[in-house]
Design a protein around this ligand. Structure first.
Ligand SMILES: Nc1nc2c(ncn2[C@@H]2O[C@H](COP(=O)(O)OP(=O)(O)OP(=O)(O)O)[C@@H](O)[C@H]2O)c(=O)[nH]1
Ligand SMILES: [Mg+2]
Length: 291
């Protein structure tokens, strides 16, 4: 293991599983069924988890940007992102799908985005049916969690619509909107190794595709240079370890993950650190800065 301070000199894995291509095609078909898209993103990676191509694929349909897992993002950075998005006139919402924090504001905001779009188009006649939405986002971003949250009070599916397969169900939301219960999966075109590392840490790419030790190297790199302090004391350290190897060795020793001879098992230690990171035990971090 060597230190790769210039991560972007490393090649991308080029990982794009076939099922994702298929999911992308399926999503394209479903986009036609809805009026509006909830673009679900990761609050830790507000830029990297976005797919610029989705906007074109939506054919100008209004989108509501919802940033999930805000419980794991740096609150000060979330505030900066909110300000930046508001300045750009983007309607957005930061939520925690797991606890449901802020999710109840979503239907009203969706309405707001819809009204703004109608006004932009100069629509005067009222809609004669319910507004239909779908949730789209990267794998593991929390789409199902959000759909279940939104359906909490109105589990009733309103049945198939014309031209839709029987299995397609619509879930009624509080304000009368209808949500397509099968979310769309998309994949952004990653340009830099750091994008891949960020999405890997957010859980969108399988760990062994990128390599657990490299992911921890990136955790070490970002946390030891970031403004928000990491909880190094989780591994019995009172300051940032001087290298990713020292980090893994400390974590391995602390967790008793040792090879014969008492040598820290860096691979097992890396898996433990990634779990700590994902559960927020290492501290809250936002990888992307607003412009
Ligand atoms: N900490 C935290 N975890 C969350 C949040 N929302 C979802 N999760 C967790 O993230 C993981 C993925 O959530 P899912 O809802 O299955 O994600 P998905 O987008 O439907 O994933 P796919 O169907 O695989 O594409 C689960 O372990 C959830 O418990 C959140 O706001 N905060
Ligand atoms: Mg899901």
């Amino acid at each position: 293991m060597s230190i790769h301070l210039d991560f972007d000199k490393m090649p991308l894995t080029g990982w794009y599983p076939g099922h994702m291509l298929k999911a992308g095609r399926e999503m394209h078909g479903r986009l036609e069924l809805v009026d509006m898209i909830i673009e679900l993103l990761d609050a830790r990676a507000p830029r990297t988890s976005r797919n610029p191509a989705l906007e074109a694929a939506c054919g100008g349909k209004p989108r509501l940007l919802v940033f999930n897992k805000s419980d794991l993002a740096d609150p000060a950075m979330t505030k900066r992102w909110q300000e930046s998005l508001t300045r750009d006139g983007v309607i957005s919402l930061f939520v925690d799908g797991r606890t449901g924090s802020n999710v109840s504001r979503l239907p009203a905001l969706a309405n707001e985005a819809w009204d703004a779009e109608r006004k932009r188009r100069g629509a005067t006649r009222p809609m004669l049916r319910e507004i239909r939405l779908m949730v789209a986002g990267l794998p593991n971003i929390g789409k199902s969690t959000l759909v279940n949250r939104l359906a909490l009070r109105h589990k009733a599916a309103v049945g198939p619509k014309p031209g839709v397969t029987r299995s397609t169900q619509w879930i009624k939301l509080q304000n009368g909107m209808e949500l397509l219960d099968t979310p769309g999966v998309f994949w952004p075109r990653l340009a830099r190794k750091q994008d891949e590392l960020v999405l890997g840490l957010c859980g969108c790419i399988k760990d062994d595709v990128i390599g657990e030790e490299l992911m921890v190297e990136y955790i070490w790199y970002r946390f030891s240079r970031g403004k928000t302090p990491a909880r190094w004391n989780l591994y019995g350290l009172d300051h940032a370890p001087e290298s990713p190897e020292a980090f893994l060795d400390a974590a391995g020793r602390r967790r008793g993950l040792l090879l014969p001879g008492g040598i820290p098992d860096r691979h097992q230690a890396a898996i433990a650190v990634i779990n700590d990171f994902r559960d927020g035990r290492l501290g809250r971090i936002t990888f992307d800065e607003p412009e």
